[in-house]
Ligand binder design. Structure first.
Ligand SMILES: [Fe+2]
Ligand SMILES: [Fe+2]
Length: 304
């Protein structure tokens, strides 16, 4: 059995290696309070003050020791039973997003009160590493996705904070049909958001998670990419509040209109599957160096 490590030590290392960004640059600094209010979940009672202000970092502290790490893309309802069946007492949840998400339904969701109480019983703490994990020059969501797909990164794009989110490299498969088969197989997704432009796939832009911003797609075109692989290049979620619903609907319309004008094939392979790559490969290797075992909590339906 692995000896437990002080939580403060693990958090200190993570803060050093994945420095947080100022709160205006961290979407969850405003999203978490918004979602909690819309859904009437008293999130504020469970999370740390520092997290509430920054939208990242140590989110929930339940105890002072860490015996292992559970990596996850979202804070799913299934996470509790996953930890319970593995007797993962005093484990640390290392999540990319500090919320759950339905990519085809309600969008971001706050975990329920009972969910937080179950983690208290297990003495499981939570740390969220969002923007710092998207922009890290080595261990990042998009770099891990590129490696998973066999894309050698030759260039980067989409500057954000003091890093770059997207990577560019030669396609591992030179035609769109073959590349789509490769992506479906590697990421275990059976449906892709596909906008086809021609049949060749020679130079790829790779962005894990959401890339639903016109300027990001245009930057990839300017770098000579004929194919763009992302989690989602337009949002599929319907939303909860009237504002949410209107925003998602307008984004879909605008991005599909833009896609028709770009000389580039666009492939979306799900927010979950594309951002899981770093949690399956890179983060377990990182935590092993700290002497901590890691398990990854999978999501059955990538497009849930
Ligand atoms: Fe991300
Ligand atoms: Fe994401």
């Amino acid at each position: 059995m692995t000896p437990a490590i002080p939580l403060s030590e693990v958090v200190g290392r993570l803060e050093q290696d994945f420095p947080s960004v100022p709160s205006p640059l961290e979407a969850f600094a405003s999203l978490v309070p918004q979602i909690a209010a819309v859904q009437s979940v008293p999130l504020r009672d469970f999370v740390l003050d520092s997290f509430w202000e920054r939208g990242g970092g140590l989110m929930v502290r339940n105890g002072n020791l860490v015996a292992g790490v559970c990596t996850t893309v979202f804070l799913t309802p299934e996470l509790v039973s996953f930890l319970r069946t593995r007797d993962a007492r005093r484990w640390l949840v290392f999540t990319h997003h500090p919320l759950d998400m339905e990519s085809t339904g309600r969008g971001f969701l706050a975990p329920a009160v009972e969910w937080f109480q179950a983690l208290q019983d297990l003495e499981v703490s939570i740390i969220s590493c969002h923007v710092p994990l998207d922009i890290h020059p080595e261990i990042s969501t998009s770099r891990a996705l590129a490696r998973r797909l066999g894309v050698v990164a030759e260039d980067t794009f989409w500057g954000y904070a003091d890093g770059q989110i997207g990577v560019v490299g030669p396609s591992p498969v030179a035609d769109v049909d073959g590349l789509c088969r490769h992506v479906r197989r590697e990421l275990a997704v059976d449906w892709l958001q596909l906008h086809r432009h021609g049949g060749a796939a020679r130079r790829l832009a790779v962005v894990a998670g959401a890339a639903d911003h016109p300027e990001v797609l245009e930057q990839a075109c300017d770098l000579g990419c004929d194919t763009f692989i992302a989690g989602e290049w337009y949002p599929r979620f319907i939303g909860i509040s009237p504002n949410d619903r209107a925003w998602a609907k307008e984004q879909r319309r605008m991005l599909k209109t833009l896609a028709a004008t770009l000389p580039m094939t666009l492939v979306g392979a799900s927010h979950y599957s594309t951002e899981a790559a770093v949690m399956v490969a890179d983060m377990p290797a990182y935590f092993a160096q700290l002497g901590l075992p890691t398990i990854f909590c999978p999501q059955n339906d990538p497009w849930r």
